[in-house]
Design a protein around this ligand. Structure first.
Ligand code: UD1
Ligand code: UDP
Length: 365
């Protein structure tokens, strides 16, 4: 019987891998093992609970203020034991985290085949995002099967010399997840608090933005809140303690921003769907927002998701506070500019990516 193992460890990987786990579990004739690294803890558990996924292994490596060394070394040594014991035929990894990189490296050392989900995303700037651009390029070198979400991602892989027979365009499993989470009759006390106001939803966590850039982003948002009495901001904050320190110092004393704990994915997707505008440096949100038609100002200098920018829903505004402030103001003041971005287009597939990936795994690998 074919044995497929999925290895993931952070919130976004879990959101985009659980639909594949659940699709695999519907099929006969395949053994499925889920190994989570526990690079995230609470934020990972939230997702596993929503999708009812119970991992066979949890390496439980997270520690507060973990460094890239801590994460890489712990995963590499702990996943080795699991892989040797289980001897899977294929290991599926997702995207570009350090879990993805370290798990793939372990498979390479043990001669185990790797299937890379969300393959081919690139900025071609190795420092942006950091270390994710390195992680995904490195996995790209050793992956045996590449599940590219779009033809643009496939083109990147072809350009890098990958064999086209290893690349399969599937759409993004984020859309599979969205189909399951967004509900018309959804409500929440925080949304009631925003009633009759324009809601700006924010998230920020990128390693390269921590410090001055993040302080600048938050200062721009603070200026917007102070200037627009009809705007309220909800910030479901990442659990990184350094991000929390910066947010608390900049937003201290403002009552039209609610900094709340990370939302589970059902809550978060429904908050997104009801926002006026989203400000973020996240990757996954750039895939989800175009499908929902909610304008996003991406607080980064680069993006590996140009499809959303081409579709018009995303605008790359960089990390300078003046630019973030000006772009936010434009969308609050100018309805024509807002309407240009406020349209639902979905470059990331029809929500059947997991089915396509599983069909491919069971018939072609
Ligand atoms: C990681 C990924 C990043 C991904 C992001 C998604 C790497 C290097 N970074 O970054 O690519 O975009 O996840 O969110 O792989 N923490 C908790 N509980 C949790 C999760 C995190 O307390 O459930 C705290 C811990 O103190 C931890 C810190 O957050 O040390 C940072 O977590 P880490 O996974 O190292 O970095 P992220 O910024 O989350
Ligand atoms: N998300 C969530 N709860 C939150 C914030 C985000 O479930 O409070 C979801 C979001 O919808 C997206 C993913 O988490 O699917 C993005 O995760 P994150 O920004 O941490 O990582 P990235 O996508 O940047 O790697």
């Amino acid at each position: 019987m074919k044995h497929i193992m999925l290895v993931f460890g952070t919130r976004p990987e879990a959101i985009k891998m659980c639909p594949i786990v659940n699709e695999l579990k519907k099929r006969n004739g395949v053994k499925v093992t889920v190994s989570v690294t526990g690079q995230h803890k609470e934020m990972l558990k939230q997702v596993l609970d929503i999708f009812h996924v119970l991992p066979e292994y949890n390496l439980d490596i997270m520690k507060e203020h973990q460094t890239l060394f801590d994460v890489t070394i712990s995963i590499l040594s702990k996943i080795k034991e699991v892989l040797i014991k289980e001897q899977p035929d294929i290991v599926l990894v997702h995207g570009d985290t350090t879990t993805t990189f370290a798990a793939s490296l372990a498979c390479f050392y043990l001669n185990i085949k790797i299937g890379h989900v969300e393959a081919g995303l690139r900025t071609y700037n190795i420092y942006s995002p950091y270390p994710e651009e390195f992680n995904r390029q490195a996995v790209g070198i050793i992956a045996n099967y590449n599940f590219a979400p779009t033809i643009h991602a496939k083109a990147n892989l072809i350009k890098e010399g990958k064999d086209k027979d290893t690349i399969y365009v599937t759409g993004n499993t984020a859309i599979d997840a969205l189909k399951f989470t967004v509900r018309v009759d959804y409500n929440h006390p925080e949304l009631q608090w925003c009633n009759n106001c324009r809601l700006i939803l924010i998230t920020a966590h990128r390693r390269e933005n921590i410090g001055k850039p993040m302080e600048g982003m938050f200062t721009a948002i603070r200026s917007i809140i102070e200037e627009y009495p009809d705007v309220k901001v909800i910030y479901p904050i990442h659990m990184n303690p350094v991000v929390r320190e910066i947010a608390e110092s900049v937003f201290n004393g403002i009552d039209r921003i609610h900094i709340i704990e990370p939302l589970d994915v059902i809550d978060f997707h429904n908050f997104m769907a009801r926002s006026y505008l989203i400000l973020t440096d996240s990757g996954g949100i750039q895939e989800e927002a175009p499908a929902l038609g909610i304008p996003v100002l991406v607080m980064r200098d680069t993006t590996e998701r140009p499809e959303g920018v081409d579709a018009g829903t995303l605008k790359l505004v960089g990390i300078e506070k003046e630019n973030i402030y000006a772009n936010c103001k434009l969308l609050l003041d100018n309805l024509a500019e807002y309407n240009k971005m406020n349209k639902a287009v979905n470059p990331y597939g029809d929500g059947t990516a997991s089915k396509k990936i599983v069909d491919f795994l069971l018939t072609e690998c």
